[in-house]
Design a protein around this ligand. Structure first.
Ligand code: SF4
Length: 483
């Protein structure tokens, strides 16, 4: 455990983030005791600069770090965060000997920062700043470089009328032990409620379409995610896609995240074909049945192969597959083997997630996840990245989460220019994303850079009960755009 003492309230949020980054697997408690004691303070701040001091004590002794940064933003990041990160680095490194792969950067979108800096100081200087000012490892700096260059090459210029649509199906066949997402099991939700949810979801899609048209906007991508959208019956999927149809003309990308292979069948895939879905995702997470069982993901490797082969035979050319590195019960060798087997299938996309401890998951609550989070390296991640590059895949989007194994990230890899555009637009906040369904968050972005979020109710039942209230919130969109 880490005992954290913040002398100034403004330090607290970032100090907790830095503790998690520099001491993976340890919980943070705001007390004066623990295996490590961390004290953070701001000795002075004026109009020119802010200074920070960090003291880290352990059985090895006490170490002090001091750093300052010019006021306002410093190199595209908040000044206080940079100063604190540097002081933290000086004090924590002698205590643990551990240098986090992402250095002092704790945000979820390092590539956004990287791209902003390229525009200001050029690529080479940006790489130097990442390594020398933010202490990001050479490997992660290279990853950022590849992702940024891929995005700059693949994306057409953003037009003010562009937008995307996200549809949420927060329902799954069963609940995986590592999941803390709001998704509910379909038999607990019940058929009647799913039908009711779907009816209202279609109404929200219709309303969103009216808003988009009234603002003269144009949908570039649609993403149906979850949960497990393929848990719906063919009739339900047809109803959903039919409600999107009036908006779907000329889309750049239309994704259906089918998700779990155990609920994918020919009839459902035929409906997706009928409505010109261009990209699907079939997610095994691992190709080791023992690991699938230990993480409570109730499908088998054989079911993944069946679903993948069926979709390929039916002419789906853009199939993404999700994997998770560092799963409890998996080994480095096991993950490398999964990667080799997935590469043999040559899917157009492979998304490599790093396992992270989701607080409300069954695994976290039993404490089983902790031992994995303390690992200094997510098993097999570097092997996977090398193998992906050798097989012609390129990283096109990257985001980070807290408490991942080895401090690693999540990356979407694509080949032959088959990348997930929706993910890039959403992650980089390049245009407005309208979200429909329970748990959806609409993120409106105005040409002047102003952002506003509209939150939907989280669970299907809350969504149904609060629908008229939510409809009202959504009608506020025109106001945001000055209509
Ligand atoms: S399939 Fe995904 S969303 Fe559904 S329970 Fe498993 S991890 Fe959670």
């Amino acid at each position: 455990m880490i005992g954290l003492l913040c002398r100034n309230e403004t330090c607290r949020y970032e100090a907790i983030n830095l503790c998690k980054q520099f001491f993976p697997g340890h919980s943070v408690s705001q007390t004066e005791s623990g295996d490590f004691q961390v004290e953070v303070s701001i000795p002075y701040q004026n109009e020119q600069e802010v200074a920070t001091r960090v003291i880290v004590c352990s059985e090895k002794g006490c170490f002090e770090g001091n750093a300052s940064a010019p006021r306002s933003e410093y190199l595209g990041a908040p000044d206080l965060d940079v100063a604190m990160g540097k002081a933290f680095y000086q004090a924590a490194l002698p205590c643990t000997g551990y240098s986090p792969p992402w250095g002092i950067l704790t945000g979820i979108r390092p590539v956004k920062l990287f791209k902003g800096l390229i525009g200001e100081v050029g690529l080479e200087e940006t790489q130097r700043l990442f390594r020398e000012e933010f202490y990001v490892s050479a490997d992660k700096t290279q990853l950022c470089t590849q992702v940024a260059l891929c995005e700059l090459r693949e994306l057409s210029p953003v037009e003010p009328q562009d937008c995307s649509l996200y549809i949420s199906i927060p329902i799954c066949p069963t609940r995986c032990a590592y999941c803390s997402f709001v998704s509910q099991e379909n038999n607990k939700v019940g058929h009647k409620l799913i039908d009711e949810y779907l009816n209202l979801l279609c109404r929200e899609i219709e309303l969103t379409g009216e808003i988009i048209r009234s603002l003269g906007q144009r949908l570039k991508t649609v993403y149906i995610g979850g949960g497990t959208p393929a848990v719906l019956s063919p009739v339900q999927i047809k109803k959903l896609l039919a409600s999107i149809s009036p908006l779907a003309e000329g889309l750049e990308e239309y994704t259906f995240e089918a998700g779990r292979p155990d609920v994918i069948d020919r009839e459902k895939l035929e409906v997706l074909k009928e409505y010109d879905v261009s990209r699907i995702s079939i997610n095994p997470q691992t190709l080791d049945d023992r690991v699938l069982e230990s993480i409570g993901r109730r499908h088998t490797t054989a079911q993944f192969y069946q679903a993948f082969e069926l979709a390929s035979a039916m002419g789906f050319e853009n199939i993404n597959t999700d994997l998770i590195a560092g799963l409890p019960g998996d080994t480095t060798e096991g993950f490398c083997k999964t990667m080799d087997r997935i590469l043999e299938l040559k899917p157009s996309g492979i998304t490599v997630h790093s396992f992270y401890k989701k607080r409300s998951s069954a695994l976290a609550q039993t404490g089983q996840a902790d031992e994995w989070i303390t690992a200094k390296e997510a098993g097999g991640v570097s092997y996977a990245y090398d193998a992906l590059r050798m097989n012609g895949y390129e990283p096109y989007y990257l985001y980070r989460q807290k408490d991942t194994v080895g401090g690693s990230e999540n990356i979407g890899w694509g080949r032959n220019h088959q990348i997930g555009f929706y993910n890039i637009y959403m992650m980089n906040e390049l245009h407005s994303v309208y979200a429909c369904g329970a748990g959806g968050v609409t993120r409106l972005i105005r040409p002047d850079g102003k952002i506003q979020r509209i939150y939907n109710f989280k669970l299907p039942l809350e969504y149904i009960k609060g629908f008229s209230q939510m409809e009202e919130r959504k009608r506020g969109v025109n106001e945001f755009y000055g209509g």
